[in-house]
Design a protein around this ligand. Structure first.
Ligand SMILES: Cc1cc2nc3c(=O)[nH]c(=O)nc-3n(C[C@H](O)[C@H](O)[C@H](O)COP(=O)(O)O)c2cc1C
Length: 371
């Protein structure tokens, strides 16, 4: 499951009426923005220590269900030890932490780019103590080559809205070409998006998988501020629906609830009609390959932003549990060469910009190794 577009929810339940009933929609809107949960976007780059500056951008990286599983420790004068917090695992939909590791790869790449923009080169040692130890040890030294893609860091999103009915041409997608495989039209595109949609339906009709998402719903400002992660349903409209008792965790987890079913059907339709797709595959599927996939996804997401394209990851058909196994196999038959693992699949098109998603402040992700 992913965050439903606000527009879809509203058009289904008549949000205008609900808002009117709560009284003073505009005034209400002003009070409902989760400012603290979004503050880390504005805090990026404002720290004195160059490592903290790099980390403050790193935490803006895309990551599954916005779990933000990272912790960081400063070591010596120039080092960062980066770990993945297993308390933030997604055992049903990501049983091998493959996707969470991809998110860590996104984080490392964004840190590296931020440091380079800031005049520092990053030496990266991945899994220096093996798979169960730190994900990476980074060392910063003066130098580094600024990367033009970093210019898009503040505008990058994982797209969650509908797509315009507009094809993606090869020219328009050219900046993405070296970073992923483009599926812009034709039978492979058609089959891929059908598989993505089938897997999405399989996920929402697998109770333990759906539950993993609904447990992570943050409904309304108070919940988002208390836990600035997971699937955030914020803003005055969502909050109005919550106040009216229409949007509840229980309703969202019940696919027989008419509103929930209608929202899900809308989302399924978005997948089935996606204008284009892009995939990222690696040779092999060990932790290093997963980190590499994350680094490439990060660059792809920034390149898409720079090209004016909206990119939405759709991971259900790549996941490793029984209900989606047939789709996973079919996706591999379709787009993977022998020995390759498809690590990421994304829908590509044009659409209204998705709002920023919440983040935990950097200070809350720092651990002190001496403690
Ligand atoms: C490995 C990985 C898998 C993801 N899978 C999905 C997905 O299946 N559906 C989706 O809507 N978003 C997916 N996302 C996007 C996250 O939901 C998103 O990164 C997170 O909510 C933070 O939002 P942002 O990327 O806009 O900053 C995925 C991201 C990563 C890194």
């Amino acid at each position: 499951m992913s965050r439903p577009s606000r527009r879809a929810v509203l058009s289904l339940v008549g949000g205008g009426t609900v808002l009117a009933a709560t009284g003073g929609a505009a005034a209400f809107a002003l009070t409902r923005t989760p400012h603290a949960a979004l503050a880390p976007w504005d805090a990026a780059g404002t720290y004195a220590d160059p490592r903290m500056r790099a980390l403050s951008f790193g935490l803006l990286a895309p990551n599954p269900h916005n779990r933000q599983p990272w912790t960081a420790e400063l070591v010596g004068d120039d080092g960062i030890v980066l770990r993945r917090d297993p308390a933030r695992d997604l055992p049903v939909t990501d049983p091998f932490a493959r996707q969470l590791t991809i998110g860590m790869g996104c984080f490392v790449e964004l840190c590296r780019m931020a440091a380079a923009a800031d005049g520092h080169a990053t030496a990266t040692d991945l899994f220096p103590e093996g798979e169960d130890g730190p994900v990476a040890v980074l060392r910063l030294a003066p130098g580094g080559t600024p990367d033009p893609l970093f210019a898009h860091v503040m505008d990058r999103r994982s797209h969650k809205e509908a797509f315009e009915d507009r094809a993606v041409t090869l020219d328009a997608a050219a900046p993405l070409a070296g970073l992923g495989r483009l599926h812009l039209d034709g039978p492979v595109r058609d089959e891929l998006r059908a598989l993505a949609a089938d897997a999405w339906v399989a996920e929402i009709t697998t109770p333990e998988a759906l539950r993993e998402s609904t447990d992570l719903l943050r409904i309304g400002r108070a919940e988002i501020e208390a836990n600035p992660d997971g699937i955030d349903l914020g803003g005055p409209m969502m909050e109005g629906l919550a106040l009216a008792g229409i949007l509840t965790r229980e309703a969202a987890g019940d696919i027989d609830n008419p509103t929930t079913r209608a929202v899900m059907e809308r989302d399924e339709a978005v997948l089935r009609a996606a204008p284009a797709l892009v995939s990222v595959a690696t040779r092999g599927n060990d932790r290093l390959a997963q980190m590499e996939a994350g680094r490439r996804w990060m660059r792809l997401n920034l390149a898409a932003t720079g090209a004016g394209l909206a990119l939405r990851p759709v991971s259900q058909a790549l996941q490793e549990y029984d209900a989606v196994a047939p789709m996973r196999a079919a996706v591999h038959d379709l787009v993977a060469a022998e020995g390759e693992t498809v690590q990421m699949l994304g829908l590509l098109g044009y659409g209204a910009r998705t709002p920023r998603t919440p983040r935990w402040p950097l200070e809350t992700r720092m651990v002190d190794g001496r403690a």
